[in-house]
Write a protein that binds this ligand. Sequence first.
Ligand SMILES: [Zn+2]
Length: 395
Amino acid sequence: MAQPAWQDPAPLGIGTAPVPEYGSGSLADLLPTLVAGQGVAGFTPAIAELTPADRNCVFLIDGLGWEQIRSHPDEAPFLHSLLHTSRGGTGRPITAGFPATTATSLASVGTGLPPGEHGLPGYTVRNPETGALMNQLRWRPWSEPKVWQPYPTVFTLADAAGVRTAQVSAPAFEQTPLTKVALSGGSFLGRLTGEDRMDVAAERLAAGDRSLVYTYYSEVDGMGHRFGVDSDAWRGQLMHVDGLARRLAEQLPPRSALYITADHGMIDIPFDEQSRIDFDEDWELRAGVALLGGEGRARHVYAVPGAQADVLAVWREVLGEQFWVASRDEAVAAGWFGPRVDERVLGRIGDVVAAAHDDVVITASDNEPHESAMVGMHGSMTPVEQLVPLLEVRS
Ligand SMILES: [Zn+2]
């Protein structure tokens, strides 16, 4: 029934947010399922329908969501052919996890844990020890990695159990704290080009009777942020990465399974004041806010002490038709960060969490000039951001 014109529409209920499928179909479930199939003790297969393989390879394409592959059969003929069933494998979407952002998702992949446990619940989050914002992707300012994320990675546990384990990525990532907490264990092989990474990944896969190899490509995401999903530059990258995936698939050694996935999808945000709400210029949204964390489509809002309830009320009033706006307790109880949130992680989550439902973002033109100028964005729980491919090729 239509709302009478004089009555404001109700804010989006927390319960209407499509929570990621933690425990059965999220990025955090992938590696545990694969190594359980390789006989590594302590893991159970969480994702049904995946047939165990002795050699498992995960190719993570940054920013390439399920919907983007589906809508670009011409640029990505190989990946598109894997969406349903082909080459003896299956394709399906899984959910990234919340927020749908690189640091959070890579940690979910590598630790096999949801964000509430691995503790990287956003692009930037407050460090409760210092009270300052910390950028999780760049690890700035620095914080002891082992304290921030104390769990061993699945790679480390699989390697200790005799699975030949390797990560093949950009050389620059070898020593970063994010790699240490999320993607370490076994050997790291730095290669500059995508082609080299594919070739080395296939070699490493063949190097053990049981092996687990992770490889990564970043530039689809980069072009989407800069020029937009569907821009010529983005399409060019999609064509390139489609060729990379095919190159790796064609080199799979026997008894292998290749899984092509992503850390999140992406959505273009129009350049107008209705779509880009500038926090730094909005006195109403800023009232009582000590720190603004997260990113445009998934904000952690840290209130000054005593102002939590007021900030929640105002944010819900101003943004509640376009964003799911939750208190920390509501977001945790709804399972946005997973079934459990560790004590050390609670204070990293905003007093208020705002996740975009519509094609809108909360920018911060003074504090985040670079991020605020991006065309393509991601972070929230909408299908285009949240659904990532799990495409399978078997040899
Ligand atoms: Zn990105």
